[in-house]
Design a protein around this ligand. Structure first.
Ligand code: BG6
Length: 477
């Protein structure tokens, strides 16, 4: 028999994030997070696009305030993760639970106690905690007071926070990620960078300056994390998904390359330790420069990440022709044309399992660092049958095809640490605020208006994924 291609210690698991599952939004001293001022449904888009407006407006119902109440129900949920055989759980720490205003002198002990219990519960169940330090979760007070990451001071506040959690969870947490989808600062700056813009400000300049502060903060956190515990593995995290050219017209090829670089730009710095060679021309053509000191260049160079984590949901398609691009798909933070060879999800996200293999190979060729797939999955409407069962064959199909391609990627020679499908338990969608955009193996009884018992039910995919893990990815049927 051929040897299984997936390594024995492979980290099978699932991924969630504090801001989309915990709820308890002001409990035990927590401050406000960016998500706490966002409504669900049609108004979410405008609120995401303009945090300033969202801060002033009263929307009534806020999905994150209770969310799936993971804050109080995590023990039961971890039991279910354990039953599926999870080797790890990726979740995030909410910065505003630890520093409610972001710039407080001392941490909030009550907030830390929650994560003490959560992490201990995971370890007691032999589930390795994989922690995102900032998953769209810069305390809202830092946005109000400093305008978010455009202000250099956020580097110090972030490091203060890192210092507390690295020390507190030393020996318990080994895998860390500094920023979720760091390139998201370009696409949803309020989420990615807690950014607000003032009249007359150059938006692109603010985004890139904010990104630079995050890159320096990430490098300094990597340094600090290694100093506090040399066993720590500190990674970056990219919203990935290869961008294909629409045609073989060289103009389209060039366009796709440039748009890929928009995203790789951040990881180029975090993995290689310096701004890429194309950055100069890019800034020149955008008509500004960002402030980078010699000292910062040194920090970036000396503190590259240990691994490259990424989310993968779909590939994208771009044309250099604006007329063609006007037929773009909606429903995605990234502009993309519909790919005639591929189908889309109910939310218009292109489904492309082979694209995962392509993306893995691109990233590995480029960085030569271990990769970690920390998000992948299908957001879909689930139907609860009369007998209570949920037959999510479409989700099984999506994941099966992606795992098949993931294995092909490993065969190609890519070094892969693990695979944690997104929203392993249903949670609130980041882009739409809906509960009905479900990703989980575990169904949560709650609707888009906040009605429901919050009861948890296993879907058909639960047993399927359990089998996948128990056979270390050999049996995908
Ligand atoms: C990623 C984020 O962009 O995609 C998650 O890291 C998010 O926070 C996930 O939930 C899926 O997107 P959505 O909009 O369907 O929730």
């Amino acid at each position: 028999m051929m040897k299984n291609i997936i390594p024995e210690n492979f980290l099978w698991g699932g991924a969630i994030a504090a801001n989309q599952c915990e709820g308890a939004y002001l409990e035990d001293g927590k401050g406000m997070s960016p998500v706490d001022i966002l409504p669900g449904g049609a108004l979410r888009k405008e609120a995401l696009a303009d945090a300033k407006k969202a801060m002033e407006k009263e929307y009534g119902y806020y999905p994150s305030h209770v969310s799936i109440d993971f804050y109080h129900r995590y023990k039961g949920d971890i039991k279910l993760f354990k039953e599926m055989g999870f080797k790890c759980l990726r979740t995030s720490i909410s910065w505003a639970r630890i520093f409610p205003n972001g710039d407080d002198q001392a941490p909030n002990e009550e907030g830390l106690k929650f994560y003490d219990s959560l992490i201990d519960e995971l370890i007691a169940n032999d589930i390795e905690p994989v922690i995102t330090i900032n998953h769209f979760d810069t305390p809202l007070e830092l946005t109000k007071k400093y305008g978010g990451w455009k202000n250099r001071k956020l580097i110090d506040f972030y490091l203060n926070y890192c210092n507390v959690i690295f020390n507190r969870y030393k020996g318990k947490v080994k895998y860390w990620m500094t920023f979720n989808e760091i390139n998201m600062i370009l696409h949803i700056p309020s989420f990615g960078g807690g950014l607000i813009f003032e009249e007359g400000e150059n938006i692109n300049q603010i985004k890139y300056q904010g990104a630079h502060h995050q890159l320096v903060a990430s490098a300094l956190a990597t340094k600090l994390g290694h100093e506090i515990d040399p066993e720590n593995k500190i990674g970056c995290m990219l919203a990935a998904g290869q961008i294909y050219p629409y045609t073989c017209n060289p103009e389209d090829i060039l366009e796709a390359q440039a748009r890929n670089r928009d995203n790789y730009f951040f990881i180029d710095v975090q993995a290689r330790g310096k701004y890429p060679s194309y950055a100069n021309r890019m800034f020149e053509e955008m008509g500004f420069n960002i402030e980078i000191t010699e000292e910062e260049k040194k920090i970036l160079a000396e503190n590259t990440v240990d691994y490259v984590a990424f989310s993968y949901y779909s590939s994208r398609l771009r044309s250099a022709d604006p007329v063609v691009m006007s037929q773009k798909l909606t429903g995605n933070a990234f502009k993309s044309l519909p790919n005639p060879y591929l189908k889309q999800s109910e939310w218009g996200w292109t489904i492309d399992p082979v694209g995962l293999r392509i993306t893995m190979n691109e990233l590995y060729d480029r960085y030569q660092k271990p990769l970690f797939i920390v998000e992948n999955g299908l957001g879909a409407v689930d139907k609860v049958e009369e007998d209570g069962s949920i037959n999510d064959d479409y989700r099984i199909e999506y994941l099966r095809k992606h795992i098949e391609q993931m294995k092909e990627g490993i065969k190609d020679g890519v070094e892969l640490i693990g695979y944690t499908p997104w929203g392993c338990i249903d949670l609130v969608s980041a882009s739409t605020g809906e509960m009905s955009k479900r990703y989980g193996f575990i169904y949560v009884d709650k609707d888009d208006n906040g009605n429901g018992t919050l009861e948890r039910t296993k879907k058909k995919s639960f047993d399927w994924y359990k089998k996948v893990i128990s056979t270390n990815g050999e049996n995908l049927e």
